[in-house]
Design a protein around this ligand. Sequence first.
Ligand SMILES: [Cu+2]
Length: 323
Amino acid sequence: MVARSSEVRPSAVRRSASPGAGGRRARGAGRLAGLGLGGAALLVLLTGCDVGATFDGFGWPQGGITPEAHRMYDLWIASCIAALAVGVFVWGLIFWCVVRYRKRGNELPVQTRYNMPMEFLYTIAPILIVSVLFYYTAIVQTNVVRTTKNPDVTVEVVAFKWNWQFNYRDGQGPEANTVASVLGTSEVIPVLVLPTDRSIRFEETSRDVIHSFWVPEMLFKRDVFPGKVRNVFEVSKLETEGAYVGRCAELCGSYHAFMNFELRVVSPEKYDQFLAAKREGRSTQEALTAIGEEPYATKTFPFETRRTEANFNPDNASAGAGN
Ligand SMILES: [Cu+2]
């Protein structure tokens, strides 16, 4: 930076050069900034469950059903709190400057340059903030995408236009065998039955285009690629029994929006019985009935193509079947 001395009045140079008021002010601002940063870092350290519930998750979906979902949720809440803390601190400084240095006459106010504490603060504070956010993001991300050698359950997710097949496997990788399978059709929504309290590995592959496997309550989605790519992710356990809608989250064609499935989380005992029934050759609906579950999806329904003659020939609607 080149000093343009013509802009700086001699009085200003004298005042900023003196170690009195300017130095104290800089130290005060430095202390304030340190306090703000420390507070932000502390807040990031805290998991913000209660705060999140109070503020409706700051826009993040609540009610995750995996430990990984809770960690992602906590990271989001803590990041929001940290951002708000920094925001409030900056707004405070702005308003303080507006009031403290409001116009008092026609003379140009003191022009301060080369204030090392301030310049240092401007540089270090953002680096610190980004470092703290990066640190916690890296920890959570590593946890979420971690895979293990021997998960309790391995399910192969096969996506195709516009439905899903779920293959229960006897091992990992493409060489493992399918021991039971659930297939979605135009009439029946595929129900993916999985147990609570067991680690589950999802191995994804597509038969045609790119899809994306997404259960909103897992707070996680991952693209499903065609070809040799097997996209893999794991959850350490499913915590809550129940039925959850699953979706395709990648625009894959005309009926992408209707490419739904249902995740049915049951007890480990029921899951074993379901799998045994399937291995005996029973249909998914029979196996679900056998374990006392609703045989068909309860959270979503097969899509209606609405392909009537009226859709294709709007001018001849009266001659067609539907309108
Ligand atoms: Cu799709």
